[in-house]
Structures are given as structure tokens and as C-alpha cells.
Ligand binder design. Structure first.
Ligand SMILES: NC(=O)c1ccc[n+]([C@@H]2O[C@H](COP(=O)([O-])OP(=O)(O)OC[C@H]3O[C@@H](n4cnc5c(N)ncnc54)[C@H](O)[C@@H]3O)[C@@H](O)[C@H]2O)c1
Length: 426
């Protein structure tokens, strides 16, 4: 927002994040963001605080983007943090305000928050809740924010100032003809979860086909290329492999199912259970392939897992397929060494018992089996011959279908790729 020319105060309840940001350090890995932060701190347009009273005084336009994680012991989203923002901010406001919700929330949330805000707003103060779902991709967050592929805005019926304010806030992308879709609140909330449910379904679709390819000896990559030429299908998100993870897709499809259940429409989304199950089976399949490489027992075997972030260009390990595989192998008795260019600090907090190497080179030394679990460019570019000199045994599982199978085979590797030639590890 500061980069788009606005005066911005960023608020978080986490003191350490606010201290880091104020000092010009982004407390997570996001390419291009450190430069944006630095530039806007220096211009004086951007500052940070943990103080809600300051936020209430600072602005009349607020963006709410706190976490909506999966609730413990349930599929539903935990709305505690979102509600806490309204409960803390609204009683301090004076004048006319709009709060744009950006968090991914169950349909119906905005209307409920409007009621909550109305009950908390001081005499003479008006607070409008609008919903402006966020579509940025981690790893491309700066680009996706400055030049979004669309802007969706949900506004309440009756009197509303939100659209006019949003047009001012997003004047720069709107000048570049970014599609701007104004809907009711519930449609805007649903747009986000429907988009994520579709993407998850597309990945699980190809991974389900992958299971059949494995049995029949088919090649899921060639198949995806072939069906991807059909415009109606498209090749994107047909990357068969270890499947999806992260802080969004898994919890969003579960929250969508939970909400459908509350609405009496659980049948409408039961297919998402299968989408989730197919996705989780890919992790089990990878662990099984590793076991098969050692004739059924992982005990004491040295396995190197390349990658622990849920995807490349991110340090996010939330529900990471790579880390889940590394953890399962370790629990199965393997001596697991992990290397990831960015994700290791976060991974250490979740799985302190794995060995973390300082480089891919160090991680590969003496490995009996290598698993490529996150498709960082560095791993895609590994040279089969040079890598072969580091390991104890030339065996690799390509969990992301990014390696050139024949090049690795020519260098004497036994390579297994999910959904492709399963026979050479048996
Ligand atoms: N990460 C993504 O790529 C992405 C993309 C689109 C949408 N979303 C949605 O955006 C929301 C946030 O996701 P995230 O990945 O940034 O989560 P996150 O957990 O990384 O960050 C949430 C932040 O909110 C802060 N917070 C909690 N309570 C607060 C309060 N009362 N006041 C101020 N700050 C508070 C936390 O300290 C934390 O820093 C979620 O609803 C998510 O589904 C995320």
C-alpha cells in the first residue's frame, strides 16, 4: 500500500515482528519485499506499531489481514483473531471508517462482523465492513500486490462508501485496466475459497491420475503435457508430485467443507474430502517408495531430503509436504538430513530432531537415498554426475517431477519420479 503511494501504519500484536519491520527487516522470506520495505520506511510513508489506539487515530481506511488458521480439533477456521481486531479497534474509532477484510474467511463472516462493529462503534461513529479477498502468492507477493490479476470487492447492500474508497486506494492498478469486480459480501468471501478449492482440486486430479500411471506404467508428465494443450484444461497446476501444502490451500478447503456442513449443504463439497485425501496419499506414497528402496525398513538408513518449505521461493513450512515426508522418514527410523535455501529456521521449530545441513552439498554427502521434495531452482539444476560423487548410493526420488530422468539415469542413478517409471526402484 505504501508502494502504491499511501500513508500506511502496519499493526501486529507480535512485538518482535513489529520491531524487525520498524528496523527495516522482513521477518520472513519474500523476494523483493526487503527493498520495498526499505524504500517506504525511508520515504516516511510506512511505519509500524503494536498500538491499536495509534491505528484508530491514524486512519479511516483499515485493512484486516490477520490469520484464520484451522481450528484445533475441527475442520473449521478459527475466527478468534479476526474478531479480536474488530473488538479492539472499533470501540476506539471516531468518525466514518471502512474496514476492508482481506483474511480468507467462511461465507457469512463479513455480515456478522458488521453486526459486531455496529454494536461496538461509539455514538456518532460509523464503521462499514467490506470484503476484499487477497489472491497474492507467496514468492510473488510483491508483484501480485502491485499488479494484481483482479480486484474483488464485496460490499453490503444499501448505503456504502467502500467502492469509492477502494477505487482511490487501488487507483494505480485500476489505471492499468486490472479487472475490478464488485459483488455482495457473501460472493466476495466465496470467490476466495472457491478459487483455492478449484486449484486444490486441479492438483489432486492430476495426482489421482498419477496413481493410475504408477500402476499401469504410464507417464503422468507426458499425460499432463498432452491434456494441458486443451485450452479448457490448461497446463498450469497440473504438476503431479508431492501435492499441495502451506498456510492456505489445506486449511481453506477444510474450512469450506466445514462451512458447507453448517449451512446444511455438506454434500456439495464432500468431493473436497477426496481432494484432501489424494493429496495426503502422495506423501505416504513417497515414504513407501523410500522404504522399498531399503527393502522395507528405513532403520538406520541415511536419507537426504532436499527442501522443507511448502514450495520454492518461500520459507513457509506450514503443512509442508516436504517436511511431512522428512518427519515421517525420521519417525520410521531413518537418519534424515534436510537442506532448504530458506525454510530451515522455521522447520527446526517444527521438527527439531532432524539433521539440518548448511548447504545442498553438505546434505548430500554420504546419502543412501535423496528425495527432491521442494522444487527450488538450485535443486532443479543439480548436476547428476557431480551429485553422484557426493552420495553413498545413486538413488533419488523426484517428488516434484522436475529432473531430467534420462540424464540422471545416464549418470548411473536409480531415479523414481512420482507418477512415472516406478519399476527401477523395485
Ligand atoms: N499467505 C498467503 O499467501 C495468503 C494469501 C491469500 C490470503 N491469505 C489469508 O490471509 C490471512 C493471513 O494469512 P498469513 O499467511 O499472513 O497468516 P500469518 O499467520 O502468517 O500472519 C497473521 C499475522 O496476524 C497477526 N495477528 C494476530 N492477531 C492479531 C491482532 N488481533 N491484531 C493484529 N495482528 C494480529 C499475527 O501476529 C501474525 O503476524 C489468512 O486468512 C490467510 O488465509 C494468505
Amino acid at each position: 500500500m505504501a508502494e502504491l503511494g499511501h500513508e500506511v501504519l502496519g499493526v501486529d500484536v507480535d512485538d518482535s515482528k513489529i520491531a524487525a519491520l520498524s528496523a527495516g527487516t522482513v521477518p520472513f522470506y519474500e523476494p523483493g519485499l526487503p527493498e520495498v520495505l526499505q524504500r517506504n520506511l525511508e520515504s516516511g510513508r510506512l511505519s509500524f506499531s503494536t498500538n491499536y489506539a495509534r491505528a484508530a487515530e491514524f486512519a479511516h481506511v483499515h485493512f484486516l489481514g490477520v490469520g484464520t488458521p484451522q481450528r484445533h480439533g475441527s475442520y473449521a477456521a478459527d475466527m478468534t483473531y479476526v474478531r479480536a481486531v474488530i473488538e479492539e479497534l472499533v470501540p476506539m474509532l471516531k468518525g466514518d471508517h471502512v474496514i476492508f477484510g482481506k483474511s480468507t474467511v467462511p461465507v457469512g463472516t463479513a455480515a456478522k462482523l458488521q453486526e459486531l462493529a455496529d454494536s461496538l462503534a461509539p455514538e456518532g461513529t460509523s464503521v462499514e465492513i467490506a470484503w476484499n479477498p487477497e489472491f497474492l502468492r507467496e514468492g510473488y507477493a510483491v508483484k501480485d500486490t502491485i499488479t494484481p490479476d483482479r480486484i474483488v470487492l464485496g460490499v453490503r447492500g444499501g448505503e456504502s462508501a467502500a467502492e469509492e474508497i477502494a477505487r482511490e486506494v487501488y487507483a494505480q492498478p485500476l489505471e492499468q485496466d486490472t479487472p475490478f469486480l464488485v459483488t455482495d459480501l457473501q460472493t466476495a468471501e466465496l470467490v476466495k475459497v472457491a478459487a483455492n478449492a478449484f486449484l486444490a482440486t486441479k492438483i489432486s486430479f492430476i495426482n489421482a491420475v498419477s496413481e493410475i500411471c504408477e500402476i499401469t506404467g504410464g507417464d503422468v508428465v507426458a499425460l499432463a503435457d498432452a491434456i494441458g494443450h486443451d485450452d479448457r484444461i490448461g497446463r498450469k497446476f497440473l504438476g503431479a508430485g508431492l501435492g499441495f501444502g502451506g498456510g492456505c490451500l489445506p486449511k481453506d478447503i477444510r474450512a469450506f467443507m466445514a462451512r458447507a456442513g453448517e449451512l446444511g449443504a455438506d454434500q456439495a463439497l464432500t468431493f473436497l474430502r477426496e481432494v484432501d485425501a489424494i493429496n495426503m496419499r502422495r506423501r505416504d506414497r513417497t515414504v513407501d517408495l523410500a522404504k522399498r528402496a531399503f527393502n522395507g525398513s528405513l532403520l538406520g538408513h541415511r536419507v537426504t531430503v532436499l527442501g522443507c518449505a511448502f514450495k520454492p521461493n518461500s520459507d513457509d513450512v506450514r503443512d509442508s509436504p516436504a517436511l511431512s515426508v522428512a518427519g515421517s522418514l525420521s519417525l520410521g527410523g531413518a537418519a534424515v538430513t534436510v537442506y532448504d535455501p530458506q525454510g530451515m529456521d522455521n522447520a527446526r521449530k517444527v521438527f527439531p530432531t532432524l539433521n539440518y545441513a548448511d548447504s545442498a552439498h553438505a546434505a548430500l554427502e554420504d546419502a543412501e537415498l535423496v528425495i527432491l521434495a521442494t522444487e527450488w531452482q538450485e535443486f532443479r539444476e543439480l548436476d547428476p554426475e557431480a551429485t553422484g560423487k557426493l552420495v553413498a548410493s545413486r538413488r533419488i526420488i523426484d517428488g516434484r517431477n522436475v529432473l531430467d530422468v534420462s540424464a540422471w539415469q545416464s549418470a548411473g542413478w536409480i531415479i523414481e519420479a512420482l507418477g512415472r517409471s516406478v519399476n527401477n526402484l523395485a
